[in-house]
Design a binder for this molecule. Structure first.
Ligand SMILES: Nc1ncnc2c1ncn2[C@@H]1O[C@H](COP(=O)(O)OP(=O)(O)OP(=O)(O)O)[C@@H](O)[C@H]1O
Ligand SMILES: [Mg+2]
Length: 263
């Protein structure tokens, strides 16, 4: 893919941070083009810079070197074209579940009746029917994650940056939400950069899986998920190709994690 046709393009990206009075390199030499409509998954050891890359795509952090482009121009600050499901959920404690999910629609001055309809449908979708009037403090961690997910999906942004959105969920709920997300993605053509620790999830959902090395984070492997779509999220794990890709990704990732533990 040429740089021009990418929706999100990382070119020569490095990021340095200060720690204990000295600078260290968190991310180095990252080149990646994410095509419009692509579902791009990112896996890598803890601390390799996955959230940092998302923060740069959202225009919340500047690279120390290189440029992140969005639709051909340097990422605006903030990048209002993308929805961001951050790693630490940032639901608003003073708003009910309903009003948290309604917020992006309120900001876009969507008609009240339509807000009611869309928010209710979204709460049903993420399994929070009956919790519309609850406050975030009354919810479990997994429920709060689902509020954050609903709040992003509800306004159908052009691209979604998702930082381990299903990390805190039990396996069953996770599979159900993966199926919903797959359905939404097929319907809307939203571009995704989806960070996960779960290789199986990356293969199930992704067009490509990007593996990052231990710190300083670089892209160590990019794997095309050549399993035909639509994929049944319940059955894809029994596909012979799934096992091969899992093995390949597991081996790449475990090498990185072992090096990290040894360092
Ligand atoms: N704002 C910041 N100031 C200083 N250091 C930072 C900042 N943000 C991230 N870092 C450092 O940059 C490195 C990469 O952090 P990042 O959060 O991107 O990792 P990650 O891959 O998302 O890890 P995890 O899988 O644990 O979420 C870490 O060493 C982290 O301490
Ligand atoms: Mg992170």
């Amino acid at each position: 893919m040429s740089e021009g046709s990418a929706l999100i393009s990382f070119r020569g990206i490095a990021k340095r941070f200060e720690h204990d009075g000295s600078m260290f390199t968190a991310v180095e030499d990252v080149q990646l083009d994410v095509a419009p409509g692509e579902f791009c998954c990112v896996v890598g050891p803890s601390g390799c810079g996955k959230s940092t890359l998302l923060n740069m795509s959202a225009g919340l952090m500047e690279p120390s070197a290189g440029t992140v482009h969005y639709a051909g121009s340097p990422v605006p600050k903030p990048n209002t074209k993308v929805g961001y499901i951050t790693q630490k959920d940032n639901v608003l404690p003073w708003r009910t579940v309903f009003r948290n999910v309604a917020l992006p629609l309120e900001l876009r001055q969507v008609d009240k009746a339509e807000i009611r309809e869309r928010v209710s449908a979204m709460l049903d979708l993420v399994g929070l029917t009956g919790f519309a009037k609850a406050y975030p403090r009354q919810l479990s961690g997994g429920m709060r994650k689902r509020v954050a997910l609903a709040r992003t999906l509800v306004y159908e942004p052009e691209a979604i940056l998702a930082d381990e959105p299903f990390g805190a969920l039990d396996a069953q709920l996770k599979t159900i939400l993966q199926a919903e997300l797959r359905r939404i993605w097929e319907r809307t053509g939203t571009t995704f950069i989806f960070v996960t620790h779960d290789i199986g999830e990356a293969i199930t959902l992704g067009d490509r899986v990007v593996v990052m090395s231990q710190r300083p984070g670089r892209i160590s492997m990019v794997c095309d998920v050549d399993i035909p779509r639509p994929r049944d999220v319940f059955k894809v794990r029994f596909d012979a190709r799934y096992a091969e890709l899992f093995e390949q990704l597991w081996s790449a990732l475990s090498d990185e994690v072992e090096q990290e533990l040894a360092s």
